[in-house]
Design a binder for this molecule. Structure first.
Ligand SMILES: Cc1cc2nc3c(=O)[nH]c(=O)nc-3n(C[C@H](O)[C@H](O)[C@H](O)COP(=O)(O)OP(=O)(O)OC[C@H]3O[C@@H](n4cnc5c(N)ncnc54)[C@H](O)[C@@H]3O)c2cc1C
Length: 403
């Protein structure tokens, strides 16, 4: 029986754990330094921009499409298994188009989506006013309505996946910080030994022997993981971390003691706000996510809405300033003036895991090793969690069959 250890229990790690728990004959352990859904997942708005995205082909579109389809079965499946309610908005996403927007591009995209079996509607301002009377259409030229896109509560979803995976036999350990692992044992088809785990908890982890696959789903924390010197001690493996050339001993002339970061993930801060209104915005029977000027208004029930989020890079000045969130709120009020009457329930922020110098996300097998990377999902980790879990499942199952 293969033993799979997943590091990280945000939406990505939890989705992988649940998906793998459906494969017979796997032993699965999930480790996280915190309780589940505390990292970026705990801050996310859960907007699932699949059909309405501009991606039309290749892996990025396939992943979005897979996730959008999988969510339709995943949510009822998890609710039935766990008895938990997962807030899942099936009323679509409405994207507002300001003056000057190239509608021809949207018309082209709508045709492509139709050929792919998806719907995308282009509404003129008259239609927009009828369907969403709460909106100020003065500076709008049109709106794009994507009825098959969704929004999900990321924390409720993650907790349900943890429960469901646990009931399928997955073991979870929270409060366990993994600081590194022994590279010598990351050779393909060799048992993996995780070391430097949190000392206080190590006694509870005898099960970390004989690990066949390590899945790194630690989001921003993935950057802390390093390959030790032996991985690139030989010239031919310097760039591609070819572990097959191991073992290298201290007598080897090329031996040196540096370490190499596995992935470089940088934080991009997002601030958001939870507000309350005395009544629902617009038509009570039509409460889609509304997006304008890269700001989402997300209905969460009972006249409450999440609004966000800022996108603040490490190189920006004055990161995390309340003024940045106020600017987001001002944008939202510009297209939805009724928000001026809102009471603030809370504000929060989180760090999106963005890969440095390469596209998001990173889902791959670290060459020559039994380490699988499922990280760096940046702005779309909730959307892409089901597709990521499926990709990881396929890598493991394909290898098991081959082996
Ligand atoms: C404000 C905001 C709004 C967002 N809105 C959306 C949205 O609308 N739609 C969308 O799809 N995405 C959205 N995102 C992005 C989304 O939140 C992330 O892409 C996603 O949560 C990444 O999930 P993850 O599981 O990879 O990472 P995380 O949720 O960060 O989980 C990683 C886990 O790994 C653990 N960990 C890290 N290091 C270690 C270690 N050494 N040992 C043990 N455990 C470790 C952490 O404790 C954490 O629990 C938003 C993000 C923010 C901040």
């Amino acid at each position: 029986m293969s033993h799979i250890v997943i590091i990280g229990c945000g939406v990505v790690g939890a989705a992988i754990a649940y998906e793998l728990s459906l494969v017979p004959g796997l032993k699965i352990t999930v480790l996280d330094k915190q309780p589940p859904a505390q990292g970026a997942t705990g801050a996310a708005l859960g907007v699932l921009m699949g059909v309405i995205s501009h991606k039309i082909k290749g892996k990025v579109w396939r992943m979005r499409q897979f996730s959008i389809q999988r969510y339709e079965t995943l949510i009822p499946e998890l609710e039935a298994l766990t008895g938990r309610k997962i807030p899942f908005n099936r009323q679509g996403i409405l994207m507002l188009c300001p003056e000057g927007e190239n509608l021809a591009d949207w018309e082209k995209l709508a045709k492509i989506r139709s050929s792919q079996g998806w719907k995308l509607e282009i509404w003129d301002t008259a239609q927009l006013k009828v369907n969403c009377p709460q909106l100020n259409c003065e500076e709008m030229t049109a709106a794009i309505y994507s009825p098959q896109d969704r929004q999900v509560d990321p924390v409720a979803l993650t907790l349900a996946m943890v429960d469901a995976a646990r009931s399928n036999g997955v073991t979870f350990h929270f409060g366990v910080t993994i600081e590194g692992y022994d590279l010598n044992s990351t050779l393909q088809n060799q048992p993996l030994e995780i070391k430097n785990t949190n000392v206080a908890k190590i006694d509870q982890l005898p099960l970390l022997e004989n690990v066949d696959w390590l899945v790194l789903a630690a989001g921003l924390g993935s950057s802390q993981f390093q390959l030790s010197n032996q991985a690139w001690a030989t010239p031919q493996s310097a760039n591609n971390v070819s572990l097959k050339s191991l073992p290298v001993t201290e007598n080897c002339p090329q031996f040196h003691t540096e370490t190499k970061q596995i992935v470089n993930i940088k934080p991009v801060l997002g601030q958001a706000i939870h507000i309350q209104l005395s009544c629902l915005l617009g038509n009570p029977n039509f409460q889609p996510v509304i997006t304008g000027d890269d700001v989402h208004i997300v209905p969460v029930g009972g006249g409450e809405y999440w609004i966000g989020a800022t996108v603040e890079f490490p190189t920006d000045q004055e990161i995390g300033e309340p003024a940045k969130l106020e600017a987001v709120m001002a944008k939202a009020k510009a297209f939805c003036p009724a928000l001026a009457a809102a009471t603030v329930i809370k504000t929060w922020s989180g760090l999106r895991p963005r890969p440095e110098n390469r596209p998001a996300p990173i889902i791959e097998r670290l060459q020559g090793s039994n380490i699988l990377l499922a990280t760096g999902h940046y702005r779309n980790g909730v959307l892409l969690a089901p597709a990521t879990a499926d990709a990881i499942r396929q890598m493991i199952v394909a290898d098991e069959i081959e082996f």
